[in-house]
Write a protein that binds this ligand. Structure first.
Ligand code: GRF
Length: 205
């Protein structure tokens, strides 16, 4: 059984889609052991509790990035999300992880980003796509490396940008695809079908 720790900062709709996939039996052999937020009182914590998953807050105030990473890995380990065996999912987590943390969970941290990387990394990716005049955007699930939004890509889904789109409508169209893509990618990981070869992720049949 692979134990998953999900890191969140806000709404928790991707967390919800992953929990739903596990509950529906679409992802087998994994369970969400803990959900950790860097912000107190966010909706994602309520989502976790509604699914009977332990939900904790670890605030970063007063901590260096390094110290935050240490506390985080301690908390994850305490919930069975072991280095070399567990899986850490970032689902709207708004914090950059320390290089040491990323090394400890090397190849076992996954993120979802609302653009087709390497286009529009960082904050407000949907707004960036609109501002640039892109005709197509989408979402990307990728392994996390120390550089922001730069890790090997597991899966992507393209989404059209419409003339009449604003940030809200484009974000909603992309989010719908996120909710399919992220559980699919997690399933591949849990099935042991992902192999990282340099920048490429090879998916075995
Ligand atoms: C999603 O758009 C995700 O791609 C980005 O942050 C947003 C999180 O939404 N990283 P939610 O908290 O999962 O609803």
């Amino acid at each position: 059984m692979i134990k998953i720790g999900v890191l969140v900062s806000g709404r928790g709709s991707n967390l919800e889609s992953i929990l739903a996939s596990i509950e529906a039996g679409a992802i087998k052999g994994a369970e969400v052991a803990v959900v950790i937020s860097d912000r107190p009182g966010v909706k994602a914590l309520g989502v976790a509790r509604a699914h009977a998953v332990e939900a904790l807050t670890l605030e970063a105030r007063g901590l260096t990035r390094e110290d935050y990473g240490l506390k985080l890995s301690r908390l994850l380990r305490r919930h069975g999300v072991a280095q070399g065996h567990g899986l850490v999912l970032l689902a709207g987590f708004m914090r950059v992880l320390s290089a040491n943390f990323v090394k400890q969970y090397d190849g076992r941290i996954i993120n979802i980003h609302p653009s087709l990387l390497p286009s529009f990394p960082g904050l407000e990716a949907q707004r960036q796509a609109l501002g640039y005049g892109a005709k197509v955007s989408g979402c990307t699930v990728h392994f996390v490396v120390a550089d922001l939004d730069a890790g090997p890509i597991i899966a992507q889904k393209a989404v059209p940008v419409l003339e009449e789109d604003d940030e809200e409508s484009l974000s909603a169209r992309i989010l719908k695809q996120e909710h399919r893509l992220y559980p699919e990618a997690v399933k591949l990981f849990v099935q042991g079908r992902l192999r990282i070869e340099g920048r490429r992720v090879v998916v075995s049949k």
